[in-house]
Design a protein around this ligand. Structure first.
Ligand SMILES: Nc1nc2c(ncn2[C@@H]2O[C@H](COP(=O)(O)OP(=O)(O)O)[C@@H](O)[C@H]2O)c(=O)[nH]1
Ligand SMILES: [Mg+2]
Length: 307
């Protein structure tokens, strides 16, 4: 067994931080670490937090940490920001710690950059979650700092997704509609201490709360703490409900992961085959001379690759 894996199983923080760096940077050792821990995984639960920047995700996660700990969870927090060159907690350092977690020794917090190939975020995250799992954590709160594709990638690895809105992020109805109506298991209108929160809450209930899925819609204030305990209870309840079918869910997640990994391998293989194939540049020449069209060129080339 690798010393770092021994450290992980013993719950050593340095081993944990190092192991997460290794998978985040996709270092060669990741493969051996995952190989040695994989059979021991499957116990941790994951909650993703998404929503516009400034909605209060970090502040809310900061307040949720002690609430989740009070419910008996051993809590870890991951912030994912592929646009930031900084790793190791700098992004989280600000808000989460400010929310009274500075002396909270039990929580593990970490930022991940996960730049690189498409699917890179999901890959690093899946492996970081496994590492936290064998290190004894049983819930991980994942904050997505970016938007769009990142939200989709995080929802692929999260058991539950919490979407956070706030009355002060521009056109609210647009924000509510913009692709976030499908992914949330819980919707939160944060900054309930500010004006406009009640009307936004009503908007969200009208647009989302009444759909077939009937997701919970809650009001919180990360500033005053109002509603945070309710949010923690809802998360706990939903995780318990989903745990009933957990093996099924895990199977689906593993299927997604396997597909991602195979596509990744094939993409690399095909790129290198193409660049080495003389026919490839011939076809490009013929395309440039307009002797053939792109459909014919692509089909013929693909045909020769997979003969
Ligand atoms: N008034 C008020 N301000 C809040 C609340 N939650 C967060 N904020 C403030 O909103 C800003 C953005 O919060 P942050 O947690 O960094 O948002 P994130 O970008 O979604 O992570 C900060 O200045 C917070 O102090 C809240 O419930 N009420
Ligand atoms: Mg944040």
């Amino acid at each position: 067994m690798l010393p770092i894996v021994k450290g992980l199983l013993a719950g050593e923080r340095r081993a944990l931080a190092r192991a997460i760096s290794i998978v985040d940077n996709d270092e060669p050792e990741s493969r051996e670490i995952i190989k040695q821990i994989f059979s021991k995984t499957g116990n941790i639960r994951t909650v993703g937090f998404t929503g516009p920047g400034g909605a209060g995700k970090s502040s809310l996660v900061g307040k949720l940490i002690p609430e989740c700990q009070a419910l008996g969870f051993k809590v870890a927090v991951l912030a994912v920001d592929p646009t930031s060159p900084i790793t190791g907690g700098a992004i989280l350092g600000d808000r989460v710690r400010m929310q009274g977690n500075l002396g909270n020794q039990k929580v593990f917090m970490r930022s991940m950059a996960s730049r690189g190939a498409m699917g890179g975020v999901s890959k690093s995250l899946r492996n970081a979650i496994r590492i936290l799992d064998v290190a004894g954590y049983n819930i991980v709160l994942i904050e997505s700092v970016g938007a769009g594709q990142l939200e989709v990638e995080i929802s692929k690895v999260a058991d539950l997704t919490v979407v956070v809105f706030t009355p002060h992020t521009g056109d609210n109805v647009q924000a509510v509609k913009a692709g976030l109506t499908e992914i949330g298991d819980i919707y939160v209108v944060n900054k309930a201490d500010l004006e406009g929160a009640t009307s936004l809450y009503q908007t969200v209930v009208d647009l989302i709360g009444d759909t077939n899925r009937k997701p919970a819609v809650l009001k919180t204030s990360a500033k005053t703490g109002m509603g945070v305990d309710e949010l923690a209870k809802n998360i706990d309840k939903l995780l318990k409900e989903k745990t009933i079918n957990y093996k099924e869910r895990e199977r689906k997640m593993l299927e997604d992961e396997l597909t991602d990994m195979i596509l990744n391998i094939l993409e690399k293989k095909v790129s290198s085959m193409l660049t080495q194939d003389r026919k490839y540049s011939e076809f490009i020449d013929r395309l440039a001379r307009k002797e053939i069209d792109p459909y014919v060129a692509a089909e013929e080339l693909a045909g020769t690759l997979f003969r």
